[in-house]
Design a binder for this molecule. Structure first.
Ligand SMILES: Nc1ncnc2c1ncn2[C@@H]1O[C@H](COP(=O)(O)OP(=O)(O)OP(=O)(O)O)[C@@H](O)[C@H]1O
Length: 310
């Protein structure tokens, strides 16, 4: 949940006050309640530049990104690399911005729309690896939603973006979106703990595997996890993953690693959990057994390779 404040717009060209790096702004990538992100060229290299209404919020994001890339390599794949933090003057007012690695990819929801819902579980396993790293260093992501996850074009790897909701474990979650919020689904509070992110991940999985019109028809004023459990049991691509998803919805995992191992075991078993009524091999189940299974195993192999490096 966020509040509207005026977000400054970047000029077409500018230099940072302290580090003197010059940026040529190419286009706006996105604008939310807390900030705007632009694609810019700095020394001929593409960068994503984020500017926000509140300097303090920007600096908190910078703090998380800095920690994630200090020291060991395992943290770098979670988020874009931080490249520069500086101030500039816009209409006489000093504004803080940061630049980061530009991720050439698309948002998770767009990727799934293009490639199909059968890819969701493997992408969720990757996401669990990223969350696991974040949790190990004492943070939860908080505002987990498809719009805050990018899938890169070159290697189909998921990366988290928008660290505005990242919260120290034990504190109250700083920023959330009701659709993915444990408290809004009457399934717990907003205390930052691994299980909070895992709940959002389970809702997100359901959302991505459900037709938009079916998702919309869920009565928002009567949110309850039983609605999600019903969808999981009646959806061909979610059904094999019903146990980990329902456990995550009920807060039964203490760590992302536990959920990840159970998801991987299901992918590896392949068609074992496929609904019996689809056992004839038609529809989603048929795709699952056929080419998709081979492709998902390849993607999973990549995922496990990254996980092994961590
Ligand atoms: N490193 C990046 N590389 C490429 N695109 C990016 C990057 N970071 C952000 N974007 C794009 O910019 C959009 C806005 O980014 P972000 O979510 O961080 O902004 P925001 O203003 O904080 O959004 P919100 O208020 O909705 O949380 C993203 O949806 C994404 O499409």
């Amino acid at each position: 949940m966020s509040f509207n404040r005026a977000i400054p717009s970047l000029p077409r060209q500018f230099s940072g006050k302290w580090n003197q790096k010059t940026y040529h702004v190419l286009r706006e990538l996105g604008r939310g309640a807390n900030g705007a992100v632009y694609l810019a060229s700095q020394g001929g290299v593409p960068r994503a530049v984020k500017i926000g209404a509140e300097g303090m919020d920007i600096l908190m994001e910078v703090n998380v990104l800095k920690h994630l890339q200090q020291g060991r390599n395992d943290r770098t794949s979670v988020a874009p690399l931080l490249c520069d933090v500086d101030d500039l003057r816009i209409e006489g007012k000093s504004c803080t911005f940061y630049s980061m690695e530009y991720l050439d990819g698309e948002q998770l929801n767009q990727y799934v729309q293009r490639r199909g819902a059968d890819w969701v579980p493997v992408l969720m396993i990757q996401l669990l690896s990223r969350l696991s790293v974040l949790h190990r260093y004492g943070w939860v992501f908080g505002d987990l939603k498809p719009e805050n996850v990018m899938v890169t074009h070159t290697d189909s790897q998921v990366r988290l973006i928008d660290f505005g909701g990242v919260t120290k474990i034990g504190n109250a979650v700083r920023q959330f979106t009701e659709e993915y919020d444990r408290a809004a689904w009457l399934a717990g509070d907003r205390r930052a703990e691994a299980a909070y992110d895992l709940f959002s991940l389970a809702v997100m999985t359901v959302r991505l595997a459900t037709r938009p019109e079916d998702w919309k028809s869920l009565q928002v004023e009567r949110r309850h996890t039983t609605l999600l459990c019903d969808i999981i049991r009646n959806n061909d691509s979610l059904y094999p993953y019903r146990h980990p998803l329902v456990k995550a919805l009920h807060g039964q995992y203490a760590t992302a690693e536990e959920m990840k191992s159970e998801m991987i075991a299901i992918v590896q078993k392949g068609s074992v959990g496929t609904r019996k009524k689809k056992a004839s091999g038609s529809g989603a189940a048929g795709i699952w057994i056929g080419g998709f299974f081979v492709a998902s195993m390849l993607l999973l192999a990549g995922t496990l390779y990254y996980a092994w490096l961590m």
